[in-house]
Design a protein around this ligand. Structure first.
Ligand code: IPE
Ligand code: IPE
Ligand code: MG
Ligand code: MG
Length: 322
């Protein structure tokens, strides 16, 4: 049993069946528009993924047998998939989920079209819930994502990046979709404004921690565990918390010119130097502190069972190694 399966069970006994329904909707949404799009989209789908965002939608929605909730969960995962396919173009990434990216196998044009396709299918699916607010919530998260990806490009190669700016990027490109997932669950379940706000705040903090740990894993690898090449961020000029903290500890690292990192071997060597400073432990500690904050936002604000499930999800994320 994988960690994902364990987490799914934490959401209650209906959860495996609900996740199965999400999978069916994802398959349907990826099919039926000609072999090119369908091929790339279903390869992306078949490669798997942790399905963390739909899990949050379902849990925050009370893990109920409700088609509207299942559709919202699938819509969020489709946005996530679309952004990954596009992100791999922007990041020049060749490996994802242990397989070649659409960018690697089909090129920039195919990946752009596949991402657009998944994005459109997501909104078509969510629109069938006939709730304007749900569409607005997901749309706002997508706008944030786009801003985050652009901000990251804008900051490329800047080793003197400050932590505040780094956190803003994490918020835009990752945390907003996490909080949207929680909000959508709350909306579908008709929760009170107070509960909805607590869930949204939980998602935002969890999302920050999640991105920080992802950035750590980019440095630590190994690819067999993460399904992505180690050092992808450095090779592509993306400065993240491990390097920011390492530069504060090793003056030579503060002077490093990322434009000079041209091969995967050089990127991995730089990863090792970052790790040597102890910056990875510090990155993990910062992420864990956001995980604690996430759990704290729920206290006294949501019912005990919901708090238990979400606390357990947060604990698993804090232990994240892939
Ligand atoms: C990867 O997200 C992108 C980030 C926000 C770090 P996940 O690690 O959730 O990707 P999958 O869906 O499990 O592959
Ligand atoms: C998250 O950032 C990507 C998006 C939110 C689109 P990364 O670029 O770190 O994600 P990975 O490492 O490629 O999965
Ligand atoms: Mg990337
Ligand atoms: Mg990454």
């Amino acid at each position: 049993v994988s960690t994902v399966d364990e987490v799914i069970l934490l959401g209650g006994e209906l959860m495996p069946a609900l996740m199965e329904r999400v999978e069916r909707l994802l398959e349907e949404a990826s099919a039926g528009d000609g072999p090119d799009l369908e091929g790339a989209a279903s390869d992306t789908l078949a490669a798997g993924g942790k399905r963390l965002r739909p899990l949050l939608v379902l849990i925050c929605g009370g893990s109920r047998d409700d088609e509207m909730l299942v559709r919202a969960a699938a819509a969020v995962e489709l946005i996530h998939m679309a952004t990954l396919v596009h992100d791999d173009v922007v990041d020049n990434a060749l490996l994802r989920r242990g397989r070649p990216t659409v960018f690697a196998s089909g090129g920039r044009e195919a990946a752009t079209a596949t991402g657009d396709f998944l994005f459109s299918r997501s909104f078509a699916l969510l629109a069938s819930n006939e709730d304007d607010e749900q569409v607005r919530v997901l749309s706002d998260a997508c706008v944030a994502l786009a801003r985050g990806e652009l901000a990251q490009r804008h900051d490329a190669h800047r080793v003197d990046l400050d932590e505040e700016r780094y956190l803003l990027r994490c918020e835009l490109k990752t945390a907003r979709l996490f909080s949207a997932a929680c909000r959508l669950g709350a909306l579908a379940a008709g929760r009170s404004a107070g509960e909805g706000a607590a869930l949204e705040a939980y998602g935002a903090r969890l999302g920050l921690a999640f991105q920080m740990l992802d950035d750590l894993l980019d440095v630590s690898g190994p690819a067999e565990r993460t399904g992505k090449h180690r050092g992808t961020d450095l090779l592509d000029g993306t400065v993240t918390l491990p390097l920011i903290l390492a530069a504060g500890r090793d003056p030579e690292l503060a002077q490093v010119d990322l434009r000079g990192i041209a091969s995967r071997e050089e990127a991995e060597a730089l990863c090792d130097r970052i790790a040597d400073t102890g910056a990875l432990g510090e990155t993990r500690a910062r992420a864990k502190s956001f995980v604690s904050d996430a759990k704290a936002t729920l206290r006294g604000k949501v019912d005990a069972q919901l708090e238990r499930s979400l606390t357990e999800v947060a604990n698993r994320i804090a232990e994240r190694y892939a």
